[in-house]
Design a protein around this ligand. Sequence first.
Ligand SMILES: *[C@@H]1O[C@H](CO)[C@@H](O)[C@H](O)[C@H]1NC(C)=O
Length: 370
Amino acid sequence: MQNLSPSHHHIHFHNHLQYSTMAMACANHFPFMFLALFFVFEVLLASRALSRPFDEEFMLTRHQQWVAQHRRNYKDEEEKYTRFKIFKDNVERIEAFNAGVDRGYKLGVNQFADLTNEEFRVSRNGYKRKEAKFEANSQLSTSFRYTNVSVVPFIMDWRKRGAVTPVKDQGQCGCCWAFSAVAAMEGIIQLKNGKLISLSEQQLVDCDVGGEDKGCEGGLMDNAFQFIKQNKGLTTETNYPYVGQVGICNTQKASAHAAMITGYEDVPSNNENALLQAVANQPISVAIEASGFDFQFYSSGVFTGTCGTNLDHGVTAVGYGTATDGTNYWLVKNSWGSGCGENGYIRMKRDVAAKEGLCGIAMEASYPIV
Ligand SMILES: *[C@@H]1O[C@H](CO)[C@@H](O)[C@H](O)[C@H]1NC(C)=O
């Protein structure tokens, strides 16, 4: 937070001296009371230092740099100013968070910095809850092939086993469900065939339209797996590249299958241990609530932040481990580009008190089978 100009330093120092002198001058008479007052002043000063408004001009420059870096185009001065205000507000909150109590993770000014949290929620996620499905088939549960797994490695990172493609970016299209399903499929295909093939999300966005999956308006990983099974495969990313909006299904491209799955299974709900058994064996599609401010700006560390279980985002658990401070985490591949989080990944606290897992990660996990 090196934004303090020399003049700020001077003012701060000056105030500090005044208060200190005053406290000491009176201390002879009422030593305890004034020692206490002195302490209060120090605390006030410290908190003022943290919450002091950022220099407007500095922030304007920072916004301009950010706009250039992220190639943002504002249509006029009015929009630019509105976006600047949001940017400033976000940056101040991020800096205040990072300067506050250490919660094991840091926030950063990423590509979402000129979006309000509400705008962010609307444009980036797109996981539909399974409620409707559960109500209809509440007795239906798939088998779980990893139920008897009794020994798992202490750490797992499917990237190191060559089962994870580079981080992708869904852009402003709520089709996280397609990215989550495809990443899990890329994983199992590599584990079975030894070849890592980047597969097509766009095919799902354009062609998986008969049921509940609705392109950029949201969908479910299980439905995507079902579609891929029925379609007898999925084509490659190269053949049917991602464009970030819904188009007409290109049946010719869609029929050039590069890999196929025979179905999917659900991980038993609300059981992080079952999820561990699963992730120890292959990358797993998971749904989380990813709508909070902390999630929007997560940049590094093990995320322990505030979130609920209102599942709205599909991602892929591609490993797990234990941080240097002893915190267990899930290694999660996101689809917001590599500029977000830890090169596109987020480590989320594992083994939390709630059976649903942090942000509901253990609620609706599933995986394709071959
Ligand atoms: C797990 O073990 C039980 C008891 O040995 C067995 O009946 C069951 O088929 C096994 N389940 C799986 C999925 O392997």
